[in-house]
Design a binder for this molecule. Structure first.
Ligand code: PMP
Length: 439
């Protein structure tokens, strides 16, 4: 008995040692775990997480099938670590066109496991202990923990809302950087700024003037730019997506991040890329080499063929990059109408497949939770999915802890959905409105 007691004591003693690495402290809470679960449990219509519920285009899935079961069995094996040669070659050709400069497929392009891993490589490769990284709020939520995991300090600067005075619908363009406030965040400690245009969650497409301001500050302070452009093709109303890397002085200090998931409506494939100068990409390659090493060959082959097609049809009406935004603009407008009709004031997005709506007129619908410090938008989104079956994401999830409480009157919807899904959402909203007016 004595022997087994001492054995169990020594095992317990071993278990009491902290297991979590210090770099994970404070970043272990994640909005998606909770809200994805809530949506799976309660939602009849899920406009929460950002992915399409319509199929990827036939030309892409056919390319995948050909790669899978065609004659080339080597496509089931490892390919080049930094990107399958056909994919980096066609990406280089494509971005040469977009950026108006020569690119070397082997040194200016790298394929990653979705844009997520592209971002991870950027922060790990470029940010040191003590470095500051400027993040524009609201932001795609993983930037903050990724900066922290790299040992850096995020410095937040919010887009400020200037609501239209003429009773018009709000637009994502009404959310703007305050130039003096932005400038005040740059210092000798600033290593990089993260730019996300078109922006998730607002749908803001940064104008040439705004990008010029950011570029000027980057050049002045010798700061790098991590430019997350995963929604580059999803721009509406004739607006133009401008690549900050094409502005003067910016190519040498910018990494462009892209995603086949967003570009070709195939988020599950997890094919992404970075494009940039070798002086930056060489360090991203080191991280990639020593973490995932490589991405699925067949998915890369199929995406390469998708880009071949798009290169051939560039700017033509049959191009997927021309058709997709047209279809999404229509979906955006349906959702705007549905939301506006019930008083959930939409902020018209200039890009992306997200739409943020103002829920301040719904406060009386949601029961107060005594002693809860949960923000209103969280309570609202939870209440809505449980009681109405409609899933969305609270906007304050896209803000830093310090600024969250200033933005609790909004929720984000994703409209990359079948017409039937958007109609079902409209039915829920209409019914809700009728119940409100009859009560
Ligand atoms: N950046 C932004 C702004 C995103 O919205 C997303 C996906 N929601 C990603 C990066 C990650 O893209 P991927 O699925 O290709 O990893």
């Amino acid at each position: 008995v004595k022997a087994s007691n001492s054995l169990s004591f020594s095992l317990q003693a071993k278990m009491s040692r902290p297991v979590q690495a210090r770099r994970l402290k404070g970043i272990d809470k994640n909005i998606w775990v909770e809200f994805v679960k809530l949506a799976a449990t309660y939602s009849k219509v899920n406009l929460g997480q950002g992915f399409p519920d319509y199929p990827a285009p036939d030309f892409l899935t056919e390319a995948f099938t050909r790669a899978l079961s065609g004659g080339n069995h080597m496509l089931h094996q490892y390919t080049r670590a930094f990107g399958h040669p056909p994919l980096v070659k066609v990406l280089a050709q494509f971005f040469e066109k977009l950026l108006g400069r020569d690119l070397d497929p082997m040194t200016n392009v790298m394929v990653t496991v979705g844009a997520y891993q592209a971002l991870f490589c950027c922060f790990q490769a470029l940010v040191d202990e003590g470095d500051e990284v400027i993040i524009i709020e609201p932001f795609f939520d993983c930037y903050e923990p990724m900066v922290k995991m790299a040992g850096g300090t995020p410095v937040f600067v919010p887009l400020r809302l200037n609501p239209p005075k003429d009773g018009k619908l709000m637009s994502s363009a009404d959310w703007q950087l305050d130039p003096a406030e932005l400038a005040s965040k740059f210092s000798e400690r600033t290593k990089a700024i993260v730019l996300n245009s078109p922006n998730n969650p607002l749908g803001k497409v940064f104008s040439r003037g705004e990008l010029g301001l950011i570029a000027e500050l980057c050049v002045k302070h010798d700061v790098l730019c991590i430019s997350d452009e995963v929604y580059e093709w999803l721009v509406y109303d004739g607006k133009q997506h401008i690549r900050i890397a094409s502005l003067q002085g910016m190519w040498d200090r910018t990494v462009i991040v892209g995603s086949a998931g967003k570009t070709f409506s195939a988020t599950g494939w997890k094919v992404g890329w970075v494009v940039g100068p070798d002086r930056l990409l060489q360090h991203l390659r080191t991280v990639h080499q020593n973490s995932v090493y490589h991405c699925a060959t067949i998915a890369q082959e199929a995406v390469a063929q998708g880009f071949q097609r798009e290169l051939m049809l560039y700017g033509k009406p049959e191009s997927y990059f021309v058709q997709l935004p047209k279809e999404l603009q229509q979906k955006r407008d349906w959702l705007i109408q549905s939301l506006d009709g019930v008083g959930m004031k939409p902020i018209v997005p200039e890009g992306t497949y997200f739409l943020v709506a103002d829920i301040s007129q719904f406060k009386s619908d949601v029961p107060d939770v005594p002693n809860s410090d949960e923000p209103y938008d969280y309570r609202f989104a939870k209440w809505m999915v449980k009681n109405k079956g409609l899933a969305a994401i609270p906007l304050s999830a896209f803000y830093s802890e310090a600024h969250k409480n200033n933005y609790t009157n909004f929720i984000r919807f994703c409209f990359a959905k079948e017409e039937a899904t958007l109609k079902a959402a409209n039915d829920i909203l209409q019914k809700w409105k009728q119940e409100k007016t009859s009560s």
